[in-house]
Design a protein around this ligand. Sequence first.
Ligand code: CMP
Length: 503
Amino acid sequence: MEGVLHWVILGLLLVALLLYGFIPSERTRVRTALLFFVFSIVGLIAAAMLLSAGAGPDHFGYRTIRWAALLLCGIAIVNLASVVLFDILLKALLLQPPRILRDLLLAIAYIAIALVLLSRNGFDLTGIVATSAVITAVIGFSLADTLGNIMGGMALQMEHTIEVGDWINVDGMEGRVKEIRWRQTSIETRNWDTIVIPNSVLMKTRVSLLGHREGAPRQQRRWVYFNVDFRFAPTAVVSAVEAALRAEPIPNVASEPEPHCILTDFKDSYATYAARYWATDLAATDPTDSVVRTRIYAALRRAGIPPSIPAQSIFLTEQNESRRERKESAEVEHRLRALEDVELFRKLTPEERRELAARLTVAPFVPGEALTKQGAVAHWLYIIVQGSAEVHISMNGRSEKVATLKAGDFFGEMALMTGEPRRATVVAASDIVCYRLDKAAFQQTLARRPEIAEDISHVLARRRVELEAVREGLNEEALRRRADHAQGALLDKIREFFGLDAE
Ligand code: CMP
């Protein structure tokens, strides 16, 4: 038996040396195992010497030294076996169980070896089992916190809730998980601090895993706020910023989802916006925010939009008749210039145009908003002064685009002149500014200048046929013939509706 043991120890020494050479990451463990072997051999030699010096096999000293030597040998074997199992076999199978599992298995193996050796040495284990319940209770009470931490550590590692390398937020502290140990977990913050958090705390408090979403790459959404004066249209601000953020890739900014800009609030004298992007490196969020801010600044400058700083101004203006008149006439001049660009009103004298301008109201819309809706009752004629709109008709439950209208075009004449409901839906395709003319003012203009009604009837006839063409799928020739025919009939209808005399 003793001879076999020596051979076993020798074989293990050889294995230990091989592991020491080939598994550098576990050298400390193998070195400790080797040391234990050496002690074990020394112990066994000492025991043999005691035996040969006349001590019997039941001699206390002999038995204790031999037991200790065998325990050391067992511990060394278990350690070497763990290296073979975890670092060679499981690694080859691409399995990587948590470190805590390995430690736990080792501890159980140590206890098992100690117990087996004790019982082989004639120790009564029932006594140990009986007292172990008391000891467990005592340990349980005195080490409640420590055990809580250890259980927390085990749960964290077994369930892989948090892993080394994850970015977490615990009670407002953000950092990258550096290591998860039996009792505590340490995180490294962006300020180069290391925070040690007891595992029991991690189990009890709410922990946010930053930039973590099932099936998505690790990236976190960031908000970069800025303010712009009310005078600048939100659509212009949003599109300038989005174009700048998407033009060339920014390091550490994800391309999917794309960065974008939103209008977040209206304040006293400015609107607040946020550019949102997804940061791919959570360690460098501040510098990336800075690059994004720089791009926003340049984009706004290029678009002629100065970033606004929150400030409060109190404007004191003396309201008197002359000031009011001045303001009104400036506005009418503005409208007048817009009317000059509209073909339809070129026939009016400057004085007539001025009167018309005074009756106009300004109506801005943003992309996607409907200016008129198919089937609705009409109140206004619209003149586009800035931007563009699309004309859509809906039929059989689907919507079809018929035409695009731009600055200088008018629309809404069909329903207004025939008394029928709106024939189509007109939707803003960009930021758009229109002037609206109410039906009564329009009627007065037509009564004064019946030739305008005729002009409009041409446009109206063409548009109506275009609508029918889309609805019925007509070709160019059929379209033209129908337009000629429709125009005469329409003019009569318009005259009748407005009570105009035929020339
Ligand atoms: P109305 O029917 O009052 O409201 C919808 C408006 O869309 C309509 O008047 C026209 O001014 C406009 N519209 C309809 N068809 C066309 C078209 N083919 N081209 C341009 N504008 C159109």
